[in-house]
Design a protein. Structure first.
Length: 88
C-alpha cells in the first residue's frame, strides 16, 4: 500500500515540476521580446512585463530551485498542527 502512495506522490511531483518548468519557459518568451523589440514599442510591453511576466517567472524559478525546502516546511507545519489538535 505504501509503495503505491509513494509512486503516486513521485508522479505528482514530476508532473508539477514539468508544469512549473513550462510556465517558466513560456513566460520567458515575452521578456525576450521586450528586450529585443524596437525602442518605440517598449511602452506597449512594459506594464505586462514588469508586473506579470517577471514576477511569475521569478516565483516559478524560485519554486524550481528551493521548492523542496518550502514543501518540507509546509509539511512539518501541517504535521505539527494536527499533532497539537489531537492532544486537546
Amino acid at each position: 500500500m505504501a509503495t503505491s502512495t509513494n509512486a503516486a506522490n513521485s508522479t505528482n511531483r514530476g508532473l508539477t515540476r514539468s508544469i512549473v518548468r513550462w510556465i517558466h519557459l513560456v513566460l520567458s518568451i515575452p521578456i525576450l521580446g521586450y528586450i529585443y523589440s524596437p525602442f518605440e514599442k517598449l511602452p506597449d510591453y512594459a506594464p505586462l512585463t514588469r508586473y506579470v511576466f517577471i514576477p511569475v517567472m521569478v516565483l516559478s524559478g524560485l519554486w524550481m530551485w528551493k521548492g523542496h525546502v518550502l514543501r518540507r516546511l509546509i509539511w512539518k507545519r501541517s504535521v505539527g498542527a494536527t499533532g497539537s489538535y489531537s492532544s486537546l
